[in-house]
Design a protein around this ligand. Structure first.
Ligand SMILES: Cc1cc2nc3c(=O)[nH]c(=O)nc-3n(C[C@H](O)[C@H](O)[C@H](O)COP(=O)(O)O)c2cc1C
Ligand code: SF4
Length: 347
């Protein structure tokens, strides 16, 4: 049954060796490229076919080139997630941004995508889930604009569409551009599933090469620093695995592009069922892979026990509330114990 997870899949023209992705995790390792390189090299060597590099700041070009080289050297593919916070745009809410500020923001996505391509990355993911700018534009709760950027669903999706168009112009036709989309907000008055599913269909038709199904605005939608305890909308153990699977199945019937489903997945039996039964094409795992970077290789070798992650969310709170580098705080293993020595950067 788990063999289905190890079939390749093509996104745009890029072949990913299996159906398992490391979903985006911001790592606060901008100042420690060696550690970042070691983590991603280990995850790639540990069998994960696609790494989505969380909310990446691509400013350190040499560092990222080394990370990309290390992932490739270990058989993986890597797509940085783009969520630029433009330095010249300080306003949080869509309604406060001028047309010029929105245009500047769109340029930042396009420039970062071009940088990712120049670094040798295998694609980019636009962050349009959780508290991202795109999620705030899509949500009727936070987007109260009365111009072409607000109001109808088409208008609230204009930012997502303009970003795609600007990015595509910079990276050409064959470079994967995918999007992580919040399908429903965890806030009264926020985005509802009925619109979220339509949004997925519109964006796939517009050109995005794959859609990652995720949650929209959290039950608080302010920017970090988050409070010391995660919001209720964070996935916890009692939600069970693949909490968003019914959304994903519904959307898969609408969208003729690969669908990535992320959220709470820790066991290969569940992951395989999701692919076999048409819930998703690729299974995204974030905390499972944080807790065990070589998880996929273990499954491939026939040990099908789940990842050790217990959904305590300490990795989230330590990261966002305290600014500590990404780590599993429950497995209690130091990163050094978990990681290989990184291979030398390519080229
Ligand atoms: C420590 C941590 C950092 C995260 N950072 C990001 C991020 O930068 N961008 C993003 O889209 N999601 C981020 N997420 C959310 C995950 O990608 C994923 O959607 C969520 O954790 C649910 O998946 P899981 O149950 O497999 O962990 C983060 C999650 C964790 C645990
Ligand atoms: S800190 Fe908790 S939620 Fe995060 S990876 Fe470890 S066990 Fe999972």
């Amino acid at each position: 049954m788990s063999e289905i997870l190890f079939q390749p899949i093509t996104v745009n023209r890029t072949v990913i060796v299996n159906r398992l992705a490391f979903a985006a995790a911001k790592d606060y390792l901008d100042g420690d490229t060696v550690r970042r390189q070691a983590r991603y090299a280990t995850v790639a060597a540990g069998g994960t076919g696609l790494i989505i590099a969380g909310a990446a700041d691509l400013g350190n070009r040499d560092g990222w080139r080394a990370v990309v080289g290390a992932v490739h050297a270990n058989g993986g593919k890597i797509m940085p997630q783009l969520a630029p916070l433009p330095s010249d745009v300080s306003a949080e809410q869509p309604s406060r941004l001028s047309g010029g500020e929105i245009a500047a923001m769109i340029c930042q996505y396009a420039d970062q995508a071009a940088a990712a391509k120049a670094l040798g990355a295998d694609g980019v993911e636009i962050h349009a889930a959780h508290n991202s700018h795109c999620a705030r534009f899509l949500s009727p709760l936070t987007n109260t604009r009365r111009d072409e950027w607000g109001g109808s669903l088409e208008n609230r999706l204009r930012l997502h569409r303009e970003i795609y168009t600007a990015v595509r112009k910079k990276v050409g036709d064959e470079f994967p551009v995918i999007i992580k989309l919040g399908i429903e907000d965890a806030q009264p008055g926020g985005l509802k599933f009925a619109e979220g599913r339509q949004a997925a269909a519109i964006l796939a038709t517009h050109g995005y090469d794959a859609i990652e199904v995720s949650l929209g605005l959290r039950d608080h939608h302010t920017a970090p620093p988050f409070p010391a305890t995660p919001p209720q909308s964070f996935i916890i153990k009692s939600h069970g695995e693949a909490r968003l699977r019914e959304w994903s199945k519904d959307i898969k019937a609408l969208v003729k592009k690969p669908l990535i489903l992320t959220g709470g997945i820790t066991s290969p039996v569940v992951a395989a069922r999701l692919v076999a039964d048409g819930y998703a094409d690729i299974v995204g795992m974030c905390r499972a892979v944080i807790s065990e970077p070589r998880l996929v290789a273990r499954w491939h070798d026939g040990d099908l026990s789940p990842a050790p992650c217990n959904s305590c969310n300490k990795c989230v709170t330590e990261l966002y509330a305290k600014g500590l580098p990404l780590e599993c705080h429950t497995a209690k293993k130091s990163l050094a114990e978990l990681l290989f020595t990184p291979p030398p950067p390519c080229g």
